[in-house]
Every structure is written in C-alpha cells, then in structure tokens.
Design a protein around this ligand. Structure first.
Ligand code: PBG
Length: 351
C-alpha cells in the first residue's frame, strides 16, 4: 500500500504545490481523506447490506399477548394491540407462529382481584388456561410473566401491609405462581416484580417440583418508568396508591443495574432483561458487556404508543421509526426484543 502511494505521489509530482505535497505526505502516514472515503461503503443497497453490522431477525422477537375471560377488545392507547378472550388465544398464537415469531409472553387480566393475588396461582387462572390453549395449538415457546400487580386489588406487585410493600412474604406467592404456570406448560417464567431474591426463590420452587428445565427470564434491570402507562390501562394494573419506586429502579442509576443483573445471574437467571429499552440503551450495552448470558430488552407499551400516536398525527413515518428503534435496541446489544411491533416487523422482514 505504501509503495503504491509513493508511486502516486511521483506521478502527481509535476503539478504539485508545496501545500499539496504536505497534505500528501500527511496522508501517506495517516491514511486520511482522500484515500479513505467512508461513502464508498454506502454506495448502493447491496454493499450497504453486505457490510451492515447489525442484524434484526424475526427469531429475536417475543410478542406480548394480553388474555382475559371477557370478550376482549383493542387497547385504546395501543392501536393494533388487543386483549383476547382465552378461547381466541390459540388462533392468535397460530398467526404469530405462521409469521415465524418463535415466542409469546402472556399477561392476564383476571375476573376478580384480591389482597393476595389468588388469580395469579389459580390452576384455572386466566394465563394458565391460555398456556394450555396455546400449547395445544402451536409449537411456540410460551413465556409467562410472573407478577402480582394484575391480580391484587391494590395493584402493587407484592403483598401490602400498612401501606408497605413487603418483600419476603411476596416471594412465596411469586414462587407459587411460577410453579402453577410451569404446571400449565410454560417453557419460561419471567418475574417482573423486582422483589429482592425472587429469582432464587422461584428457581428453588421450580426445581423442587421437578421443573428444572423451565427457564427463568428475569426482568433484572426494570426501571420505575412512565413508559408503562398504556400497559397499565391494558392490564388494569395501575397501583391504587403511591407508585412503584420502592421496588423498581431509579432512572438515574446505571451501575445499580449491573448489581441487579449480577445478583439475578447468581440466583439462577437464564436470560436477563433490561426494561424499558429506548431510554435505557446504555444499560443494555453495559449489561451485554458484563454478562455471557442472553440479554433481552423490552420495547414497552409507552414506546409503542408514542410511535403510533406520531404516525396517526402524520408527524413521523411510523414504520421507519419502528425499524430504527428496533435496530438501535439490537445495536446496543440485545439478543432478544419483547415488542408489540413483532407482527408488523415480521411482515417487513419477510419482504
Ligand atoms: C408487571 C409488568 C409491567 C410491564 C410488564 N410487566 C407493568 C408495571 O411494572 O407497572 C410493563 C410492560 C409495558 O409497559 O409494555 N409488573
């Protein structure tokens, strides 16, 4: 390369002024412009595709599904997202499978809520029924979210006493819930409550019941976020008093996320998750650097709703923004993405 450059220099010698010569010598040693032209790699679609650093595959996607005993309907703040009756969920799951999406994650809206979240670990609970229905109709990987907030009358993710959310008594209920979901056929349980020690409690309970093959995908770095708004409308899970800031993480912290992730791995998590995704890409990146286990990211309801709203107003190109967001999550390091866009993206990736 160097000899080639010296030759080039000789050929051009005649017409060269001192300053040009200076630049040429500079380039020989520092390889800058005009020898290096980044735009060459962007010349056309084929070249761009050949050198693209990030791949987004339908196999990376997990589609969230809301199930209920009622007749269901569209979630107002999430156009294109529905609550489904348990009996319809097999059909929906088949559509998801036909698109090549490998997994769904289930959230349930029970008929009745109480202080101890009975619906969460009821053998005939709404998610338990949905799991059986999906397993009967498809080969999909079925992930069950493990949390109490959809099932408690106060809407908190744990047992409440005197206005306090108690940690250790909650672990028992979470373990019971995880076992019940595994019994119904869940391949993966995903604790999203952010109680301390829930991964080891759930792991122990599953193993004791003979479910050592059931995976745990832990919502390890889950932030107390305003981006969950539309989900809480969909799942009717908004807390009746206070907020979730005594258990979910503070948005100002990054190193603390690494502590949470490390603890969850030590306790037996198979996959760790960062949630939300878009305002926390730096966390995804750091978690990926830290671990050697798969990293998931949750592209949450508010992130979905904002894009849909912008599209509806005609202010942004919704499809393009969607792709940009999903690629950014992958580029940051996510191996898996939970997203309400899964079906839409699958169609685009198929083209
Ligand atoms: C349950 C749970 C929530 C989400 C997933 N599991 C809501 C919350 O923590 O309040 C949010 C998902 C989303 O916004 O898409 N704890």
């Amino acid at each position: 390369m160097l000899s080639h450059r010296i030759f080039y220099l000789k050929v051009k010698w005649g017409s060269m002024r001192f300053l040009d010569l200076f630049h040429k010598i500079d380039n020989i040693f520092f390889m800058g412009f005009p020898y290096t032209r980044p735009r060459r790699l962007r010349k056309n679609t084929l070249i761009r595709d050949m050198v693209a650093e990030t791949e987004l595959s339908v196999k990376d996607l997990i589609y969230p599904i809301f199930v209920e005993f009622g007749k269901g309907g569209e979630v107002k703040s999430m156009p294109g997202v529905f609550r489904y009756n348990v009996r319809d969920v097999g059909k929906i799951a088949k559509e998801v499978e036909a698109l090549g999406i490998p997994a769904v994650i289930l959230f349930g809206i029970p008929d009745k809520k109480d202080e101890v979240a009975s619906g969460a670990y009821d053998e005939k609970g709404v998610v338990q029924e949905a799991i059986r229905e999906i397993k009967e109709k498809t080969e999909l990987v079925v992930i069950a979210d493990v949390c109490l907030c959809e099932y408690t009358s106060h809407g908190h993710c744990g047992v409440v006493k005197n206005g306090k959310i108690l940690n250790d008594p909650t672990l028992e209920l979470l373990s019971k819930t995880a076992v019940s979901l595994a019994k119904a056929g869940a391949d993966v349980v995903a604790p999203s409550d952010m109680m301390d020690g829930r991964v080891s409690a759930i792991r122990k309970a599953l193993d004791k019941e003979g479910f050592e093959d059931v995976l745990i995908m832990a919502y390890s770095a889950k932030y107390a976020s305003a981006f969950y708004g539309p989900f809480r409308e969909a799942a009717e899970s908004a807390p009746a008093f206070g907020d979730r800031s005594t258990y979910q993480m503070d948005m100002r912290n990054a190193r603390e996320a690494l502590k949470e992730v490390k603890m969850d791995i030590e306790e037996g998590a198979d996959i760790v998750m960062v949630k939300p995704a878009l305002s926390y890409l730096d966390i995804i990146y750091r978690v990926k650097e830290l671990t050697n286990i798969p990293v998931a990211a949750y592209n949450v309801s508010g992130e979905y709703a904002l894009i849909k709203a912008g599209e509806k107003l005609g202010w942004v190109d919704g499809k393009k923004v969607m792709m940009e967001v999903l690629y950014s999550i992958k580029r940051a390091g996510a191996d898996l993405i939970l997203t309400y866009f899964a079906k839409e993206v699958a169609l685009i990736l198929k083209e």
